[in-house]
Write a protein that binds this ligand. Structure first.
Ligand SMILES: NC(=O)c1ccc[n+]([C@@H]2O[C@H](COP(=O)([O-])OP(=O)(O)OC[C@H]3O[C@@H](n4cnc5c(N)ncnc54)[C@H](OP(=O)(O)O)[C@@H]3O)[C@@H](O)[C@H]2O)c1
Length: 303
């Protein structure tokens, strides 16, 4: 039996009654290969979720298009009735094609259906936090998000959503969004090697808004760097632990949602919360990535 802890300290979402432990869990890896269909071993997926909560995690990130539906159904099977302090953050803005693709789904009907799908599959009357995913994996899209965000704001007024966040957005879209509704968190791709959002993180920190990086471990291409390996060896940890510890030290508003389908990796990752990175190691790690791209200019490639 694992003891209940407060891994990585906590962060209060500004303007809400929600306090999240900074160490959360990303549930995308619980579906089958390519985030499609059921996993090989549903019991193993359930075990990961239960261990996460037992270890003090009170923030789970998901989407109903993982599977599709599968991940949310497994979360419900593993954890319902949910602990009072558990916050499930979901996202809308995509759906899955029969060919396993991830097309955008940003019309009023698609967004409304997605919120109802999340409510039904998670077994909740109201969703804690819903992120509007406005861009693709290759980076944000550069269009206005007024229309889709207004749909979510309306669903919030109807009482189906408590709080709204954004995903795959630019700094300009954040400002536009804040003129429409309160934004409590932003989820963009960010890790030791991909640091396009350095400036945005600092702006969000000043406003008490959480930044929840996706692909904190590199996602489908795990982070690999000799500086990271050297740091891990000198600290007696693993590269993954150092990558997560670096994020925890980067800014107090960063919340972690590393994904794993393994209880062993989950436990290993949580130990990152106890790793302190001294200044000389931080300097080496900081040199791995740099802020080279500005997201308010079009990306080199995208879809
Ligand atoms: N908003 C968006 O557009 C977006 C996009 C992608 C993801 N997300 C969210 O972000 C979360 C995190 O992203 P992610 O899961 O794709 O990427 P990630 O956390 O960067 O990496 C997950 C990968 O790392 C492996 N891993 C985890 N812990 C490990 C360890 N200790 N040692 C070795 N390998 C380890 C996992 O494999 P094992 O299963 O074998 O551990 C998995 O292949 C997702 O779960 C999802 O909720 C959001």
């Amino acid at each position: 039996m694992t003891s209940h802890t407060d891994p990585g300290g906590s962060f209060r979402l500004s303007g809400t009654s929600i306090t999240l432990n900074r160490f959360g869990y990303g549930a995308m890896q619980l579906a089958g290969p390519h985030v499609w269909g059921p996993p090989k071993d549903v019991d193993a997926a359930i075990a990961v979720l239960r261990e996460a909560v037992a270890m003090g995690i009170n923030h789970i990130d998901t989407a109903d298009y993982y599977g599709p539906h599968v991940t949310n159904q497994i979360i419900r099977q593993a954890l319902h009735p949910y602990p009072d302090d558990l916050v499930i953050v979901t996202k809308v803005g995509n759906r899955r094609g029969a060919d396993q693709s991830w097309p955008f789904a940003l019309s009023a009907k698609e967004l409304t259906d997605a919120v109802h799908d999340n409510l039904r599959n998670l077994g909740r009357d109201v969703l804690d936090v819903v992120n509007l995913r406005a861009g693709g994996l290759d980076g944000p899209s550069y269009a206005s998000i007024e229309e889709p965000l207004s749909v979510l704001a309306d669903l919030k007024r109807q009482g189906l959503i408590r709080h709204i966040g954004l995903s795959n957005i630019t700094a300009r879209q954040l400002v536009e969004a804040q003129s429409i509704t309160q934004i409590v968190c932003v989820q963009n791709r960010y890790n030791l090697a991909q640091r396009d959002d350095d400036a945005m993180i600092d702006v969000l920190a000043a406003e008490g808004i959480a930044f929840t990086p996706f692909f904190p471990l590199g996602g489908f291409t795990p982070l690999q760097s000799s500086a990271l390996e050297t740091a891990a060896a000198s600290l007696g940890g693993t590269s993954m632990q150092v990558a997560l510890a670096w994020l925890l030290q980067r800014s107090p508003n960063i919340l972690l949602i590393p994904g794993t389908s393994s209880v062993h990796h989950l436990r290993e990752n949580l130990k990152a919360a106890t790793l302190h990175l001294p200044p000389e190691i931080l300097a080496d790690l900081n040199a791995i990535g740099s802020s080279t791209e500005h997201k308010d200019s079009p990306p080199q490639q995208g879809h």
